[in-house]
Design a protein around this ligand. Structure first.
Ligand SMILES: [Fe+2]
Length: 210
């Protein structure tokens, strides 16, 4: 186990204008520097608040602190994935192992795309579409996540996430969620998605493989 360290805003692997014209530099900069940073700060603040509550043995605010922890940590994690899930070159195609799993789970890449975009564009309020590895079955699933943290299958790990909060697209795409989703799909860095999947091999949340 490594030592815990404070949450921090990750550097992007590309410039703010690198995804133009699909993703405007204005949104990308705001999204990274302001919105994502807000979740990083919120996660660190909540961690400090919980330490204080423990040292004072005062849990009067535990309900709100627990909510803040789930919201801010998840917001930070989801955005950290999101930046790496997309790339300027739009990129490649799913690799061999991922392609096989997509075939098994969704009948192929088109099956994933249809379900993923349907989940993402039909969220009531703010949220995400996520392609997640579900370790208990050893399968891929699509999740429709509310805010950053709700409506998820316990133990499933996101490997491809599409931000459907208005802050992610409204300045450029207004209320045209389907147009934003289509643009997102064309920017996916499938190498990153495949690498994430390969790192999860052997993950055993419930002990069923022992
Ligand atoms: Fe966002």
């Amino acid at each position: 186990m490594t030592t815990a360290k404070p949450y921090s805003l990750p550097k992007l692997g590309y410039k703010y204008d690198a995804l133009e014209p699909k993703y405007s530099s204005e949104i990308l900069e705001l999204h990274h520097k302001k919105h994502h940073k807000g979740y990083v700060d919120g996660a660190n603040q909540t961690h400090a608040d919980l330490q204080e509550a423990r040292s004072n043995n005062d849990y009067a605010a535990i309900r709100q602190l627990s909510k803040n922890q789930a919201f801010n940590v998840s917001g930070h994690v989801m955005h950290s994935l999101f930046w790496r899930n997309i790339a300027p070159e739009g990129s490649n195609k799913p690799g061999k192992a991922l392609t096989q799993m997509l075939k098994d789970a969704f009948g192929g890449t088109k099956g994933l795309k249809d379900q993923f975009l349907a989940a993402g564009t039909s969220i009531q309020g703010s949220g995400w579409a996520s392609l997640s590895y579900e370790p208990t079955r050893g399968d891929l699933i699509v999740e429709q996540i509310f805010d950053h943290q709700s409506n998820t299958a316990t133990g499933a790990v996101p490997i491809l996430v599409m931000d459907m909060w208005e802050h992610a697209f409204y300045l450029q795409y207004k209320n045209e969620k389907k147009r934003w989703a289509k643009a997102f799909w064309s920017m996916i860095n499938w190498d990153d998605v495949g690498e994430r999947l390969s790192r999860l091999e052997g993950l055993d949340v419930v002990g069923s493989k022992s």
